[in-house]
Design a protein around this ligand. Structure first.
Ligand code: TMP
Length: 246
């Protein structure tokens, strides 16, 4: 295994409910395991004891009176706990972390859907999430109505307890969420890859692998450039500049 692979990577999956996110994150986890990469799979809200308890409150369809700001604060409480307890220690140990949703979800759902705007979300991200940005984000994007009917059918079939407070939202709400997701993807196009989730499961998975491999190749090329520059500077007797990794 080369050194680029041994460096910890933080990869997040995003998208509206019913895009097949959970299936794709599990497929990627299996692919990474086959490549011998030590991978941790987690989710938001959740992933810790505290986070899973708050998740139950947040997704409970009977709980109608959660103010948008309270909802945003609870999402960040889960995130702060997950970062400190799970994500950052794993990355420090060179593990890859696959996270089902992260701050982009807050920006799309609370910022866009609940109309709080991106400003408060970005501020909380800096303060409570230590401005920790994923190395790569996969945004699954597809026709809104198809995704929502898929999410609702899934919830009826598995009778998922405490799923549904978001699925019960109006089409207008999800249109705002999807619009904000697309705006975030345009703004952060270096980090976010938009994948067409309307294709077959196998083809979506293949698109994700292709994006991952091309990101790794780009990184290796830039590492090689850096190493060449570093040795050139060393040969001329100048000190090496520090390298900051994402
Ligand atoms: P999921 O984990 O099954 O995708 O569902 C989590 C729900 O929580 C989903 O409808 C999106 C919502 N959510 C937010 O509204 N804001 C957030 O910051 C996160 C992480 C999730």
């Amino acid at each position: 295994m080369n050194s680029a692979i041994m460096r910890g990577r933080f990869i997040t999956f995003e998208g509206i409910d019913g895009t097949g996110k959970s299936t794709q994150i599990e497929l990627l986890a299996s692919e990474l395991a086959e490549r011998g990469i030590d991978t941790l799979l987690t989710r938001e809200p959740g992933g810790t004891v505290l986070g899973e308890e708050v998740r139950r409150i947040l997704l409970d369809p009977r709980r109608r009176k959660v103010s948008p700001h309270a909802e945003l604060a609870l999402m960040f409480a889960c995130r702060a706990q997950l970062l400190d307890e799970v994500i950052l220690p794993a990355l420090e140990n060179g593990r890859w972390v696959l996270c089902d949703r992260f701050t982009d979800s807050s920006e799309a759902y609370q910022g866009g859907g609940r109309m709080l705007g991106s400003g408060p979300v970005r501020t909380l991200h800096r303060v409570l999430a230590k401005n920790q940005n994923p190395w790569m984000t996969i945004l699954l994007d597809a026709d809104l109505e198809k995704c929502l009917s898929r999410a609702r059918v899934r919830d009826r079939i598995v009778k998922a307890e405490n799923q549904g407070r978001f699925e019960a939202e109006s089409l207008l709400f999800f249109q705002r969420v999807q619009k904000r997701y697309r705006e975030i993807a345009d703004r952060d196009s270096q980090r976010i890859v938009k994948v067409d989730a309307s294709q077959s499961i196998a083809s979506v998975h293949q698109q994700i692998i292709d994006h991952l491999d091309s990101r790794l190749r780009e990184e290796q090329a830039s590492d090689a450039d850096f190493a060449a520059l570093a040795s050139d500077i060393t040969l001329r007797g100048k000190p090496l500049p520090g390298r900051v990794n994402a």
